[in-house]
Design a protein around this ligand. Structure first.
Ligand code: NAD
Ligand code: UGA
Length: 476
């Protein structure tokens, strides 16, 4: 099973960076990344690298090196499948919004469409690799679709054959290139040793062999969902304790340090914040909840569902707290919102805590001035489902209007101008370096700084005469 030509269906946050790094590590192999979203493909092919559809540190440099040599982006899905020895399925698998399992199960229509496209277009032997995060036993459905194409009465169908592997992706956004260059592990699940070895051979070029884990295909599929569930569970756990810290005079940073020093617990993923966001944690836990219910394990389902419920509660807790500190009234008040992406170093806003918290504040009539170094106003408009106000800056606060409104500020200082409060929601580095003595002069008094990411030194804000709250700090 010699692999020369690789096709990846889905040029998103996973498909794009993953294939870019693979192409960079394997100059002798050819990588075709395909997507039916022509607009996205156009951006991947843009000469101006600042126009790539995804912002990820280090990505533009790799694209510059490999694009046009052994890495190509196109919307010719069928044609590129025809030439491929290996096809990665890297398409979206969002939560179903209707039908059986709505609100929990993953919508697999895009994955199924890929399997059908491969079935209709492949030639010879093709290894199909699940890169998307999928419910356990999806490989079975993919194989059934692929195998059914062998029953056709044409000459192609007599010559085609398939293997299906599971090779879930563990990259985290904002750190994707690093994660792909030096993964903690690569997981390959499959039944046919030769096919597993063919994929293994690709990774072995830059990943030490001991980090390549081979499992059966169902373990691989379930391990991906479980990894995300465990990570999200840590965040809900620490966020739940942050509320207790605020009530008791403890400090979540000290509690995190104390528990994280236990090598069995470990220090990572113990930062209390505004609640986890991102396209996957909630979706993958809900998928796990659905699977547990499907297999008649309601206690397992309830256990994992609590992780998502706590996250939603925590986001509303922060909104309520801000409203209370601002005398229970947000109309005629301007709040500078710093950060809209679900974490720093990405332009991704999917499931960002900022969306829910901003909506809560808008419901109370607040005027929000939103700033983010990488998120566009168009994206914010979509996420808030509310058009941007035409009254920018000083005129933003309309005293006669009890409905919330928002504006986009390209500079931090513009967002702060005349603001009653500043709310930090994403941990962008520039927000931790704000000169509060200087900036506080631009704000109305009494002014507040709410730091949901713990990136600000309290003394610096308090010295400027502003009030300060940060998550999990019962001491201030
Ligand atoms: P995405 O929405 O950014 O990208 C998916 C792309 O697939 C889209 O551009 C869409 O147009 C394209 N697509 C869908 N069906 C297609 C078809 N039949 N033919 C051609 N193109 C098609 O999604 P993503 O964030 O890259 O996630 C992809 C998968 O990887 C999901 O299952 C997700 O859970 C998983 N995952 C995501 C991350 C992450 O950090 N975003 C990390 C690990 C795993
Ligand atoms: C996460 C996992 O970390 C990846 O391993 C996985 O591949 C990916 O999901 C996926 O399957 O999509 P990602 O969502 O990109 O990656 O980012 P994380 O760093 O995990 O952060 C998720 C959310 O948790 C963010 O909102 C972040 O701010 C928050 N978080 C993270 C905290 O609030 N505290 C922490 O200590 C860590």
């Amino acid at each position: 099973m010699e692999i020369k030509n690789i096709c990846c269906i889905g040029a998103g946050y996973v498909g794009g960076p993953t294939m870019a790094v693979m192409a960079n590590k394997c100059p002798d192999l050819n990588f075709e990344v395909v997507d039916f979203n022509e607009e996205r493909i156009k951006k991947w092919n843009s000469k101006d690298l600042s126009e790539l559809p995804i912002y990820e540190p280090g990505l533009a440099e790799i694209i510059k090196d490999c694009r046009g040599k052994n890495l190509y982006f196109s919307s010719l899905v069928d044609e590129k499948i025809k030439n491929a020895d290996m096809v990665f399925i890297s398409v979206n698998t969002p939560t179903k919004t209707s039908g059986i399992g709505a609100g929990k199960a993953s919508n697999l229509k895009w994955v199924e469409a890929c399997a059908r496209q491969v079935a209709e277009n492949s030639k010879g032997h093709t290894i199909v690799v699940e890169k998307s995060t999928l419910p356990v036993r999806t490989a079975e459905a993919i194989m059934t679709i692929l195998e059914s194409s062998k029953n056709s009465n044409n000459s192609r169908s007599k010559q085609i054959s398939f293997d299906v592997l599971s090779n879930p992706e563990f990259l985290s956004e904002g750190n994707a290139i690093n994660d792909l260059n030096k993964p903690d592990r690569v997981l390959i699940g499959g039944e046919n040793d030769q096919a597993v070895e063919a994929l293994c051979k690709i990774y072995k070029r830059w990943v030490p062999e001991k980090k390549i884990l081979k499992t059966n295909i169902w373990s691989s599929e379930l391990a991906k969902l479980t990894a995300n569930a465990f990570l999200a569970q840590r965040i809900s756990s620490i966020n739940s304790i942050s509320a207790l810290c605020e009530a008791t005079g403890a400090d979540i940073r000290e509690v995190s340090r104390a528990i994280g020093s236990d090598s069995r617990i470990g220090a990572k993923f113990l930062d209390s914040g505004p609640g986890f966001g991102g396209s996957c944690f909630k979706k993958d836990i809900l998928n796990l909840v659905y699977l547990a219910e499907y297999f008649g394990l309601p206690e397992v389902a309830t256990f994992w569902n609590a992780v998502v419920k706590l996250n939603t509660w925590h986001q509303h807790r922060i909104s309520k707290l801000i409203i209370k500190k601002l005398f229970g009234n947000l109309s005629s008040k301007k709040i500078a919102v710093l950060g809209f992406a679900f974490k720093s170093n990405t332009n991704d806003t999917r499931e960002s805590a900022s969306i829910q918290i901003c909506k809560d504040l808008l419901d109370e009539g607040a005027s929000l001035s939103i700033q983010d170094p990488k998120v566009s106003p168009e994206q914010i408009e979509i996420d808030l489902n509310l058009a941007m106000s035409s009254n920018q800056n000083k005129n933003l606060v309309n005293k006669n209007n009890s409905e919330g409104c928002w504006e986009y500020s390209s500079k931090i200082e513009d967002a702060l101008l005349g603001a009653d409060a500043v709310l930090i929601l994403t941990e962008w580095k520039e927000y931790s370096n704000i000169d509060w003595l200087k900036m506080s002069d631009k704000m109305r008094r009494p002014g507040w700084v709410f730091d949901s990411r713990s990136i600000i030194e309290p003394k610096k804000v308090l010295k400027s005469g502003l009030n300060f709250w940060r998550v999990g700090d019962g001491v201030i």
